[in-house]
Ligand binder design. Structure first.
Ligand code: NAD
Length: 353
C-alpha cells in the first residue's frame, strides 16, 4: 500500500532526566514567567511546594485544589485565582488531574503551562482538555492548552504506588494501541506508539517488583511520553469512547478502567487492523497482543473486573446506548451484540475471547 498521511508537529519543549526537576527554575526563566499559579491535587501539595521552593518569588500562589475529571466549579475557581493573582503562567505538578486543571485555566486565560508529570497518563503532551459538568464530561481540543514545557523526572514517579503505576502504564499503553489503528496515524506517530508499547510492557513488571528502580521508572516514563504524543496526534477509537462513558456514568477510576477494557477492545479490533496488530505483536513479542496484555496486567495485580470497580451489572445496556448515540472512529464496525459481549467480559473480568 502506498503512503498517504498528514503529520503535524506540535510546539513544546521536553526536558527528560533523573533529577530534571532541579532544572525547573531555568525552564521557567526560559519562558520569561514571573508569577506562576502552581496547580496540584491536595495530596501532592507538599511535593509542589518542595519543587517550587527554588522558584522563590516566581510563585504567585499555590493552588492545591485539583480533583479527578476537572469539575466545572473547580475549574472556575482556579481561573478566578489565576486572574486575581495576576498569574502569567500555570505550573502543574502531578497526574492528569492536576494537568487537566491547568489546562482549564489555559483554555480560559491563554496562560502558558509548564507541566511536571508524576503519572503515565500523558495529558501533558496533548492539546485535549476535559471538563465535567453536572451530568457529563465534555472534551475538546485547543492548541492553547498544550503545555509549553514538560519536565519529566522519573524520580518523581517512585512514590506512585505499584498498583497505580501498573494501571497508569496500561492507560498509556491504551493511547499507543489506539493510535496505531487511528485513521490519522502517521508513520512517525506509529514509530512513537510502537516504541512506547515496547518500553511500557518491558518496564511495568520491573516497576511493580521494585517501585524504586529508577531505570525501570525512566523506561516507563519514556513510554508514557511517547504514548501522550501519540494520543495528542491521533483520533482515539472504541476503547477511549467506552472508558469515557464508563468513567462518566459510573464514576469508575480512570487508569483502572482503561486497564480492564483494553484487552477486550483489542481482541475485537485487531483482526480488522493488520498494521496495528503487526506492530503490537512485534513490540510485545507475542502472537496474541490482547491476551498478552490481559495476563500482563492481571499478573501484576491489576483488577480486571469492572464489576469489582463499582459498575452495576445492569449498566451494560446504558453504555451500549451511549456508545451508539454519537459516532466515533474505529477500524471495524461494531454491533450491539459485539459491545454487549465485550462489556460483559470486562464486567466479569474474564480473559478476552
Ligand atoms: P490523577 O492525576 O487523578 O492521580 C491519581 C492520584 O494519584 C491523585 O491522588 C494524585 O495526587 C496521586 N499521584 C499522582 N502522582 C503521584 C505520585 N508520583 N506519587 C504518589 N501519588 C501520586 O490520575 P491520572 O491517571 O494521572 O489522570 C487521570 C485524569 O487525567 C482523568 O481525569 C483523565 O480524563 C485525564 N487525562 C486527560 C488526558 C488529556 O489528554 N487531556 C490524558 C490522559 C488522562
Amino acid at each position: 500500500m502506498s503512503l498517504d498521511f498528514v503529520h503535524e508537529t506540535r510546539p513544546g519543549r521536553v526536558v527528560f532526566a533523573v533529577g530534571a526537576r532541579h532544572r525547573l527554575p531555568e525552564e521557567v526563566d526560559r519562558l520569561g514567567l514571573r508569577r506562576l499559579l502552581v496547580v496540584s491535587t491536595p495530596e501532592q501539595a507538599a511535593l509542589a511546594a518542595e519543587l517550587t521552593a527554588p522558584l522563590g518569588g516566581r510563585v504567585a500562589e499555590p493552588h492545591p485544589h485539583a480533583t479527578m475529571h476537572v469539575p466545572v466549579a473547580v475549574a472556575e475557581r482556579a481561573v478566578a485565582r489565576a486572574r486575581e493573582a495576576g498569574a502569567d503562567g500555570c505550573l502543574a505538578v502531578g497526574g492528569g488531574s492536576a494537568i487537566g486543571l491547568a489546562k482549564a485555566v489555559a483554555k480560559e486565560t491563554g496562560l502558558p503551562i509548564v507541566a511536571v508529570p508524576t503519572t503515565y497518563a500523558g495529558s501533558e503532551m496533548t492539546p485535549i482538555w476535559g471538563l465535567t459538568g453536572a451530568d457529563r464530561k465534555t472534551t475538546g481540543r485547543d492548541p492553547r492548552v498544550l503545555p509549553s514545557t514538560v519536565v519529566y523526572d522519573p524520580e518523581l514517579t517512585v512514590t506512585l504506588p505499584p498498583g497505580l503505576s501498573v494501571t497508569s502504564g496500561m492507560n498509556a499503553l491504551a493511547h499507543s494501541a489506539e493510535a496505531l489503528y487511528a485513521p490519522d496515524c502517521s508513520p512517525v506517530t506509529a514509530l512513537a506508539a510502537a516504541d512506547s508499547v515496547r518500553a511500557l510492557a518491558a518496564a511495568l513488571p520491573r516497576v511493580a517488583a521494585d517501585p524504586g528502580d529508577l531505570e525501570a521508572r525512566s523506561d516507563a516514563l519514556y513510554g508514557a511520553w511517547l504514548a501522550g504524543t501519540a494520543l495528542g496526534s491521533t483520533t482515539m477509537s472504541l476503547h477511549h469512547k467506552l472508558c469515557h462513558i464508563l468513567g462518566g456514568t459510573f464514576d469508575l477510576p480512570h487508569a483502572q478502567t482503561h486497564t480492564a477494557v483494553l484487552p477486550h477492545v483489542l481482541a475485537l479490533n485487531l483482526p480488522a487492523a493488520p498494521r496495528a496488530r503487526a506492530a503490537l505483536e512485534h513490540a510485545l513479542g507475542t502472537e496474541n497482543p490482547a491476551a498478552h496484555l490481559f495476563r500482563l496486567a492481571r499478573d501484576l495485580g491489576a483488577e480486571m473486573s469492572l464489576k469489582a470497580m463499582g459498575m452495576p451489572e445492569d449498566g451494560v445496556e446504558t453504555v451500549v446506548t451511549q456508545a451508539f448515540a454519537a459516532p466515533y472512529a474505529n477500524p471495524r464496525p461494531v454491533t450491539r451484540t459485539d459491545l454487549r459481549r465485550l462489556l460483559g467480559d470486562a464486567l466479569a473480568g474474564t480473559a478476552p475471547a
